[in-house]
Design a protein around this ligand. Structure first.
Ligand code: FES
Ligand SMILES: [Fe+2]
Length: 356
């Protein structure tokens, strides 16, 4: 890690255009119920999602090309969607199939569709170029999927803040001691050694806190209250739609040869809604006490309580950035911001590439 101060020029912020060519989580699988359209605003566009008769999901622009009625307030009929205003019918491919008052169904009435992939418990969407979507793998986080074998629990927060600052927050673990003092922060966290690794693909921050005492979220399910433990946390910016928090927990009071590493990972699924609102889906997966739904619920509620503290910070920051009349204010970065600064530079660069 460098100790040199970083410049804050050229960083993405709430004014930066969205990055369309990336996979984002549109919603959870459970949100899209057969027969009922589901609306979500993504990258500044309203999108309607529904399930076809075979259970697969389609997504299209939530705006009838005739008079802009929301298709999400319309009717699903087999694999088609029938506009609730004048009854124009669209196939799952967005093609206009029927205008009730005339013989022809003009192509001008076709609706834009988006590429969708469902890997339960999440539904991914690609808001950019379709060809690029077909060439791009989903980000790899197999442990969050239903069929991987780890215990998972998941939830959602809608946050009135720019997705850029949520991403920055997720690679900045120096705030745990302070913002999360009442949840999963511990006093020794902020000063623990950490390393930052930046590659063309990812930005990684790894922090090792040992010996430490685990907060209840980890200590209670593992029965590791009041024992010396190691807590190794790796935060990885993977794509504009995904950041991963991976935690390794180890009981240091056990003999070295019988120590077991316990893992808990969170898929932080970051989807811009608009410039100052973000859909924050998160899936928490673990490889210990996996058969106990009570533990899943305890961990999920504990994680969510901490994330609500992040929401408070991010929404406060966004409000002040919007409302403070001081036009000369400029963010100042400190040495531990290196990963966050690199991340915001990368988001700005990706947005710039799409615009050019
Ligand atoms: S607005 Fe949809 S059919 Fe008229
Ligand atoms: Fe946080």
């Amino acid at each position: 890690m460098t100790n040199s101060p970083v410049t804050n020029d050229g960083l993405a912020d709430e004014e930066t255009p969205f990055i369309r060519n990336a996979w984002y989580v549109a919603c959870f699988s459970r949100d899209v119920v057969q027969g009922t359209p589901f609306m979500r605003r993504i990258l500044g566009e309203d999108v309607v999602l529904y399930r076809k008769a075979d259970g697969t999901i389609v997504a299209m622009k939530d705006r009838c090309p005739h008079r802009s009625f929301p298709l999400s307030s319309s009717k699903i009929d087999g694999d088609d969607i029938v506009c609730g205003y004048h009854g124009i019918r669209f196939g799952f491919d967005g093609v206009c199939k029927l205008v009730p008052t005339q013989a022809s169904a003009p192509r001008a009435l076709n609706v834009r569709t988006f590429v969708v992939r469902e890997t339960s418990p999440v539904v991914w969407i690609w808001m950019g170029d379709t060809e690029t979507a077909h060439r791009t793998e989903l980000p790899a986080a197999p442990w969050m999927l239903d069929d991987f074998g780890w215990a998972t629990a998941y939830d959602y927060l809608r946050v009135n803040a720019s997705y850029v600052f949520l991403h920055e927050n997720l690679v900045d673990l120096s705030h745990l001691t302070f913002l999360h003092a009442n949840t999963f922060g511990t006093p020794d966290y902020a000063t623990a050694p950490f390393e930052t690794e930046i590659t063309d693909e990812t930005i990684v921050v790894r922090r090792t806190v040992q010996p430490t005492r685990l907060p209840p979220i980890y200590a209670n399910p593992l029965g590791m209250q009041n024992v010396d433990a190691a807590r190794i946390v790796t935060s990885t910016f993977v794509t504009p739609g995904l950041s991963i928090s991976a935690v390794v927990l180890r009981n240091l009071e056990q003999p070295v040869e019988s120590r077991v590493d316990h893992h808990i990972r969170t898929a932080q699924l970051v989807t811009p809604c608009d410039q100052r609102t973000v859909h924050y889906h998160f899936v928490v997966a673990r490889d210990f006490v996996i058969g106990d739904p009570g533990v899943s619920n305890f961990i999920l509620q504990s994680v969510k309580a901490a994330f609500v503290e992040d929401v408070f910070a991010l929404e406060s920051i966004t409000r002040i950035r919007r409302d403070d009349p001081d036009i000369h204010f400029k963010e100042k970065s400190i040495a531990s911001d290196r990963a966050g600064v690199m991340l915001r530079r990368r988001l700005l660069a990706l947005a710039g590439q799409e615009a050019s």
